[in-house]
Structures are given as C-alpha cells and as structure tokens.
Design a protein around this ligand. Structure first.
Ligand SMILES: Nc1ncnc2c1ncn2[C@@H]1O[C@H](COP(=O)(O)OP(=O)(O)OP(=O)(O)O)[C@@H](O)[C@H]1O
Length: 240
C-alpha cells in the first residue's frame, strides 16, 4: 500500500462570493512527481495556499503525510517556493540562505551552498551579492536553492521553472529526477506542459476551481484523443 503525501478532501474555497476551489478531491502519493496545471486564475495557487494554511478554506480537509494541515508539524517535512518569490532585497544570497536555514534549525554549509547554486547554474559570487542586484532568474534560483538545501521529503513549488533560461530549466529537471530517485515527493504547478510530460508521474487539470482530470500525462493525451499534452489540455478545458 502506498502512503499519501498529500490528501485533499472536498476542499471548497471562495473569495467573497466568487468560488476559487469547488469540491477538490486529490491524493498525491509519497515519491510521486505531480504536476498541477490550469489556466491563469484556475485556482492552483489557492490550492497550495490552502494546503500550507496560508488561507482558510470554507470547508473540506487537507492532510500532509497523514497530519492535518492546520497542525504546524504537518509542514515540517516540506519545502515551499512561492509563485512570486521575493527575498528581502537588502540581504546577500548567503544571508538569505543562512536566515531561512536557521529558521528551520538546519546548519548552513558553504561548500554545499556553492554546489547547490552551481547545480542551478547560479555563480557562487551571487552569495556575496545583495539580492537587489539579482535578475529575475537569479532570484528564482536562490529560492530553489533554499528549498533544496533544506533536504525535505516533499517539495511544493509554485511555477518553479518561471524565469529560468533553457540551461537552468534542464539543470532543474535533472535535480527533480535526482530527488525522485531519492524517494522525495514533488508537487508543483506549471504552465509548461512539456515539462510536466517529461517530469511528472501524474498530473491534474484544474479549471475554474474544479479538477477536470487526474492521471498520467499519457492517459491525458489518450482521454482527449490528442498527440500532444497541450492539445489534450485545451480539449479538456474546451477552448480549442
Ligand atoms: N486574495 C485574493 N482575493 C480575492 N480573489 C483572489 C485572491 N487570490 C486569488 N483570487 C482569485 O481566485 C482565483 C484563483 O486564483 P489563483 O491565484 O489561485 O489562480 P492560479 O491558477 O494560481 O493562476 P496563475 O496561473 O495566474 O498563477 C482567481 O479568480 C483570482 O482572481
């Protein structure tokens, strides 16, 4: 029997009288790479925010490795990268990594930090530069490095490829494969369907707050009689 890393049961969330999530039921198994896809405003970030208890749900239940998501301990096994990652601009890269690791009582190791940045194609000189001097992609790489240096079981990443150049994307995908090999769970949102197809064991299509499809990328293509995942996605949400 496989154990669920994440379990969403009948999750409902509205902003005012506008529904953002409508009876979402989903299980992500431990060790899975799972991609959440959907149009802008579909509710992906809201689902992640509910899971992390950053916002309250109207009803439903979420558990992380069997622990209710309201319990702070439920978040201990996970690392999270937000959609708009904005580290304090006055910190250097090294200061930011030390700060986030200290909050988690994880020691900062300079050679490991340098190695982690190199594996994301970020020059080690970024460690001594203030974050305000970073480009968008450099900032994203720093956020990813902070997640990886925390060595968690579960990585919850909101559009992790955002702002990365093709080389960095390839390197991040290699890192994802390594994490999968080590039994880690990946749960990420993405608009890059080719990446989802390449990386993910399973995926979900969220549309107007409702889950329209859950399965493997191959099942998605088959179910919507499509040769590409992009076409299958468009048929699923019926905009082509
Ligand atoms: N704080 C908020 N207050 C009011 N409405 C919100 C708030 N956050 C999100 N929404 C609305 O909820 C819906 C879902 O937004 P959400 O950010 O979850 O979408 P998303 O799928 O992550 O989109 P994107 O791909 O553009 O990041 C949208 O209609 C959005 O306008």
């Amino acid at each position: 029997m496989t154990s669920a890393a994440l379990s969403f049961h009948e999750v409902v969330k509205s902003y005012g009288n506008k529904p953002a999530l409508q009876h979402v039921n989903l299980e992500v198994q431990a060790g899975e790479a799972f991609g959440l896809v959907g149009m802008n405003g579909a509710g992906k970030t809201t689902l992640l925010k509910c899971m992390l208890d950053f916002c309250s749900m109207d009803s439903g239940a979420i558990s992380i490795f069997g622990v209710d998501h309201h319990d702070t301990a439920a978040r201990k096994p996970l690392a999270f990268l937000p959609e708009r990652f904005m580290p304090p601009y006055y910190l250097t890269g090294a200061d930011f990594l030390k700060y986030t690791l200290t909050l988690q009582q994880i020691p900062y190791d300079l050679p490991e930090a340098q190695q982690t940045l190199a594996a994301l194609d970020l020059d080690a000189s970024a460690l001594t530069k203030p974050v305000r001097a970073y480009s968008k992609g450099m900032t994203q790489k720093l956020g990813l490095a902070a997640c990886f240096l925390a060595h968690k079981q579960l990585y919850v990443l909101d559009e992790p490829m955002s702002g990365l150049d093709p080389k960095a994307r390839a390197m991040l995908k290699a890192r994802f494969q390594e994490l999968k090999k080590n039994g880690c769970t990946l749960f990420f949102s993405s608009h890059a369907l080719a990446d989802v197809e390449e990386i993910c064991d399973r995926m979900a299509i969220l549309h107007d707050g409702k889950l329209l499809f859950v399965g493997t990328p191959e099942q998605c293509r088959q179910q919507f009689s499509s040769t590409t995942l992009e076409q299958a996605f468009l048929r699923c949400i019926q905009v082509d």
